[in-house]
Design a protein around this ligand. Structure first.
Ligand code: AMP
Length: 514
């Protein structure tokens, strides 16, 4: 498919360029149109189909549909369904199957509507005291439990992990082939960062039932220990793509037994350049599996991934598809000079209550170390999190912050997504992030699980490129937009106009047509 796309793209580009130049491309000249392709696609496809049939022969059947719609869910009127979706972060669903569309199931409004047959799951939910399914859960559960592939577009902190884990547990424990007869794990969750992978593992341990065993595999962790756990037999593997690919290539893990696959935070995995590893991993996962993919955004790369690895999926969006900063967060933006930043931060830290918990985001690892040592010198307990720290130090930093041993964490964007610490009261953006998407992710570290939070963001003249996008985000979330920020956006606009104008002047003047 990739080759097909590349060839089509090449043809289109050539045609466009040549048409622009006023000549006809060789490729579309009639005499060249009929030329037989150098590559015999038909035979290649036939061979691939034969190879696939051989490769996957003899696999046990998969059971996928475990959904029994409750009478309450079934009796919801169309108006009730629409109202529920509207009031729950404006849930939107679509069936991406080509041809005749399937019926989108009604959302489930209570846990009992979906897990009544699974008392252990219900007991776990009662134990933690959740009140009702989150929007993504209410719509994703009936879809996934019917065995369909699903794409969930939801911000982190919306309960997306349990949205795929709970049906995954049911899927795992209800297969025709029992767990001890299986020759490897049944569920695989691929996650972009070690931190997220560990967090998914923590959720998995908290809510697991029927003794499901899981392992978390990530680069930097103890490789030998991870191999030992796998070889003893596990049901769920939660992994970052790099380390899993390493273990797979060295035959420490058998992925043929996976029947339930999750690609968590797909957009982030693509941003981190994991696509080649994902491709290699998925070659060994049976194609008739069930696949769930989550992503905070829906850019072209993620759409392509979905097209390649999911079959006739349904898609559930929670919130709008464009960037909507979490509306439970009060966002303050301060336009400042680079030199004034440290003093401003000192004042801010000095004004905090003992109960506040702050994550300070910076742009560079060195800056994180620099600020952390400044705090250290003043006797303020602090931890730092960035990619140059040893894995055990990163875990310790996170743990200290979670447990409240330190109330300030200085971090790079490594922590901007996925990090789930409930009681962060402030996000302090010391440096503005690379792009506006990252801003939204950072802000989402506070105001989690129904709480409110605050974000303070320092913006300098060097950040003028993002000023107008930031204004849009602030306006959409009904936040105050500083006049300096508006002026900055205007200056950038003028600068762009001048640049275009200068380019036009430099461009050689075309000769007028004769
Ligand atoms: P996630 O989006 O998966 O990172 O989840 C964010 C947090 O929400 C996690 O700590 C979950 O334990 C919590 N959570 C998941 N489902 C619910 C629910 N139905 N009600 C309240 N909190 C939930």
């Amino acid at each position: 498919m990739l080759i097909d796309n590349a060839v089509t793209g090449f043809r289109q580009r050539n045609t466009r360029q040549d048409t622009e130049k006023g000549k006809t491309s060789d490729i579309i000249k009639p005499e060249n149109k009929q030329k037989p392709s150098v590559i015999n696609w038909a035979s290649l496809r036939e061979n691939k189909a034969k190879h696939d049939a051989m490769k996957w022969a003899g696999l046990p059947p998969i059971e996928k549909n475990f959904y029994r719609e409750s009478s309450r869910t079934a009796s919801m009127s169309q108006e009730e369904v629409e109202l529920w979706r509207k009031e729950n972060n404006n849930i939107m669903c679509d069936d991406l199957k080509e041809g005749e569309k399937r019926c989108i199931p009604n959302p489930v409004c209570r846990f009992e509507d979906v897990f009544d047959d699974y008392p252990d799951i219900m007991a776990n939910i009662r134990k933690v005291g959740f009140q009702k399914p989150t929007p993504i859960q209410s719509q994703a559960w009936p879809i996934i439990l019917q065995g369909m592939d699903l794409i969930g577009i939801a911000q982190t902190g919306t309960g997306k992990t349990l949205a795929y884990l709970m049906p995954g547990f049911i899927h795992l424990t209800s297969q025709p082939l029992s767990r001890d007869q299986r020759e490897g794990p049944g569920m695989l969750v691929l996650a972009p960062t070690r931190e997220l992978a560990l967090q998914v593992e923590a959720e998995c341990l908290k809510y697991t039932f029927e003794g499901i065993k899981s392992v978390c595999i990530y680069g930097g962790g103890n490789r030998r220990g991870q191999i030992d756990v796998i070889t003893k037999g596990v049901d769920v593997v939660i992994a970052t793509p790099g380390r899993l690919n390493d273990l797979q290539m060295n035959n420490f893990i058998n992925l043929r037994s996976i029947t339930y696959l999750v690609l968590d935070e797909a957009d982030r995995m693509l941003d981190m350049g994991f696509e080649p590893q994902i491709m290699k991993i998925l070659i060994d996962v049976r194609p008739d599996r069930q696949t769930v993919m989550t992503s905070a955004t829906w850019p072209d790369g993620v759409r392509r991934l979905a097209k390649s690895y999911l079959k006739n999926p349904m898609i559930v969006y929670v919130g709008t598809l464009d960037l909507t900063a979490v509306n439970t967060v009060e966002q303050r933006v301060i336009v400042i000079t680079e030199e004034e930043k440290k003093a401003f931060m000192q004042d801010f830290i000095g004004s905090l209550n003992p109960k506040d918990k702050v994550i300070v985001f910076v742009g560079k690892k060195m800056r994180a170390d620099d600020l952390a040592s400044d705090f250290g010198l003043q006797g303020i307990p602090v931890q730092s999190l960035h990619g140059d720290r040893e894995q055990c130090d990163r875990e310790q930093a996170l743990d200290d912050f979670k447990t409240g041993k330190v109330r300030i964490l200085v971090a790079t964007d490594l922590a901007s997504r996925g990090l789930d610490v409930h009681d962060i009261t402030y996000v302090f953006n010391f440096d503005f992030p690379r792009n506006i998407e990252e801003y939204v992710h950072r802000v989402g570290r506070t105001g989690r699980a129904g709480r409110t939070g605050k974000a303070v963001t320092l913006v300098t003249k060097d950040d003028w490129r993002v000023a107008s996008e930031l204004i849009e985000i602030l306006e959409r979330a009904n936040q105050v937009v500083p006049t300096e920020l508006i002026a900055m956006a205007e200056r950038y606009k003028q600068f762009q106009i001048r640049k275009e104008f200068a380019k036009d002047i430099r461009r050689p003047q075309r000769k007028p047509p004769k």
